[in-house]
Design a protein around this ligand. Structure first.
Ligand code: GDP
Ligand code: MG
Length: 311
């Protein structure tokens, strides 16, 4: 019997794309086992491209989480969609996500917006895998009609139902991505690289996540966060303290009042929760100082979008 040839090493870049809120960021976090991309129940949470590097047996995947594909109004939203579309064109393969679940009477309706997103995937010319997320809340018998409905819309390499929330079938999804990754002599990134998000950026994102989770209506979308100071001089191996000062920008005085709350109560809640999450991430104590300012047109100005890293 001939000696079994070992499988070649595979390394590839993958764009995770789809409509807002289908669970792209939840999936990236699930695969990495770290909270590198913030998640809220609201659409348009992710504003930038986020790299996460997954190392498996004989394979490495560079996964790019992207802002949701939607018909964008306003400079910020347009920029976000451009980020997603340009990522689509720069990768080896695409993982498009949709949600499991059927409409009234068990019908599967693929909306016009999703069809447009599929057209963009087709236009990229990249091999595409379809991930049907949130299978945890779709009864088994409803999965098949969903898969059938999408099968006819594009020449998917594979269609994989899974749940980013519970982790069910995420292994199968990773297997499919590895199968379609190119053979490579070497990994794309050193094995200790997890993400391109610096701790400073993550700190700003963790604060923005709490603002989005604690406020309503337009405020979640009207807020931007910048870290103005990140002092780790008191940080030690396995402990110590990091001092962080962050500035929350909102577009109106009335929004500022809400984010601060009665006698600062809201800002305190936002700060406490963000600090707890940052302490878990950084593995040390965190002192977090928050300030709120009004900047009417931050989301319309290219310079502030650049400064916020939305490119
Ligand atoms: P994104 O906009 O595509 O990045 O979506 P997010 O990852 O921010 O998730 C949007 C919402 O869907 C959040 O409330 C998530 O908790 C929820 N979600 C994501 N994946 C799943 C899943 O597999 N099952 C369920 N039930 N909810 C999920
Ligand atoms: Mg997201």
């Amino acid at each position: 019997m001939a000696a079994k040839k070992s499988a070649p090493f595979r390394a590839g870049s993958v764009a995770i794309v789809g409509r807002p809120n289908v669970g792209k960021s939840t999936l990236l976090n699930r695969i990495l086992g770290e909270h590198v991309a913030i998640v809220t129940p609201r659409p348009q949470t992710t504003r930038t491209r986020i790299l996460g590097v997954w190392n498996g047996k004989g394979a490495q995947l560079a996964l790019f989480d992207t802002p949701g594909l939607h018909r964008a109004k306003g400079a910020l939203n347009r920029r976000m969609v451009e980020v997603a579309l340009s990522t689509l064109k720069a990768v080896d393969a695409v993982l498009m996500l949709v949600e499991a679940g059927t409409g009234p009477g068990g019908r599967v309706e693929v909306g016009e917006a999703t069809r447009w997103a599929i057209e963009e995937v087709a236009r990229s010319g990249r091999p595409a895998i379809l991930g049907v997320n949130k299978m945890d809340r779709a009864p088994r018998p409803t999965l098949l009609p969903v898969i059938d409905a999408y099968r006819g819309l594009h020449a998917w390499e594979e269609i994989v139902p899974f749940s980013a929330l519970t982790g069910e079938n995420v292994d199968a999804l990773l297997d499919a991505l590895v199968t379609h990754a190119p053979e490579a002599d070497a990994p794309l990134f050193p094995p200790d690289v997890l993400t391109d998000q610096a701790e400073r950026q993550l700190a700003a994102e963790y604060v923005r996540e709490q603002v989005m989770l604690h406020t309503r209506e337009e405020i979640p979308y009207a807020a931007a966060v910048e870290v103005e100071a990140f002092d780790e001089s008191a940080r030690r191996e396995g402990g110590g303290l990091v001092r962080i000062a962050a500035l929350i920008s909102v577009e109106r005085d009335s929004q500022k009042a809400i984010v601060i709350g009665k006698r600062g109560a809201m800002l305190k809640r936002i700060g406490t929760r963000a600090r707890e999450r940052l302490e878990a991430l950084l593995g040390c104590k965190v002192f977090l100082a928050l300030e709120v300012k009004v900047d009417e047109r931050w989301s319309e100005r290219a310079s502030s979008l650049d400064r916020l890293g939305i490119r």
